[in-house]
Design a protein around this ligand. Structure first.
Ligand code: FVH
Length: 272
């Protein structure tokens, strides 16, 4: 069976990995990037370099876009929307739900928005997954192709859902990274080597805690945890570590533990 032709707009770290995956799976891949040299190795492997976005869009029924942000995407497609009409636009650029919905409206054709939950070397490998929302018909027609990038999760016909859940997952990741930075600073203030601390204690601790994400307050009541927040802030101040990040933990914690805690101050939560 002949493989669907695919165009990739944007050959940054991620766009390059996407185009390479499509090439490896035997597609006729047309590529365009603002800085042409980034596609040289792909062209050497058989990709076709388009001279501009319009030529790239006209080359395939499926256009996958992955550029810096939505204003960049709109700039790239300015002048090519007519050529894109009737083709499927799969936009894997990171942005907000509102930007995804706005882009869906601009496109006269099937639109699928995506959120890539992987770094470029993971594309096409077993741990990559990508969130999609928008045209169900287009997603189902091209699910096999999209599956070449990583596992697929379709989140419904609201084009903004993939961006929303992408940002929700990134919130968890960046919250963890921020916590890691604070954790390492606190340990270093006590004289521990950051790399050794991270490998021998912090990483195993975080891995263990991922096992209780759905029951965070079952065995460790919220009130007890809120007292620990106060201790972290006090000890950070004593050690000369800025407590700014951790001092805000009560707000998301209140949202997580439910409406009966909404609007309560730290003191009110402690005195419930
Ligand atoms: N890399 C990652 O780990 C993450 C994983 C999750 C998804 N993100 C999102 O993917 C989008 C692209 O990210 P990227 O890693 O490919 O980013 P860069 O390597 O910086 O490439 C940026 C591309 O955008 C092009 N570009 C930038 N400005 C313009 C412009 N004014 N006109 C046309 N194209 C532009 C840039 O072109 P060039 O600089 O090579 O000429 C690259 O193709 C992003 O939304 C991530 O959040 C990646």
């Amino acid at each position: 069976m002949s493989k669907t032709d695919v165009t990739v707009l944007g050959l940054g770290s991620m766009g390059h990995a996407l185009a390479a995956a499509f090439l490896a799976n035997g597609h006729r891949v047309t590529v365009w990037n603002r800085t042409p040299g980034k596609g040289d190795d792909l062209v050497a492997q058989g990709a076709i370099r388009a001279q501009g976005p319009k030529e790239a869009v006209q080359a395939s029924p499926v256009v996958v876009a992955c550029v810096l942000d939505y204003p960049t995407l709109h700039g790239v497609l300015d002048g090519s929307w007519d050529a894109l009409a009737g083709r499927t636009l799969i936009n894997l650029t990171n942005g907000t739900p509102a930007q995804a919905r706005e882009t869906a409206k601009l496109h006269d054709g099937e639109y699928v928005d995506g959120g890539i939950m992987a770094v470029p070397p993971m594309i096409g490998g077993p741990s990559a997954f990508v969130l999609y929302s928008g045209s169900r018909a287009a997603f189902e027609r091209y699910e096999d192709i999209l599956g070449e990038l990583g596992a697929t999760h379709f989140l419904g016909e609201d084009a903004g859902m993939a961006a929303l859940i992408d940002l929700a997952l990134l919130s968890g990741m960046y919250g963890m990274f921020g916590g890691v930075a604070h954790s390492v600073a606190l340990a270093a203030s006590g004289g521990l080597d950051p790399a050794e601390f991270t490998t021998s204690l912090l990483a195993p601790w975080l891995v263990a805690m991922t096992g209780v994400l759905n029951s965070i307050t079952d065995d460790s009541p919220a009130d007890m945890q809120v007292i620990a927040f106060g201790n972290i802030v006090a000890a950070s101040n004593d050690q000369g570590v800025d407590p700014e990040l951790l001092s805000h933990l009560t707000t998301p914690f209140r949202q997580m533990i439910g409406p009966d805690a909404a609007g309560l101050t730290l003191e009110e939560m402690l005195n419930r």
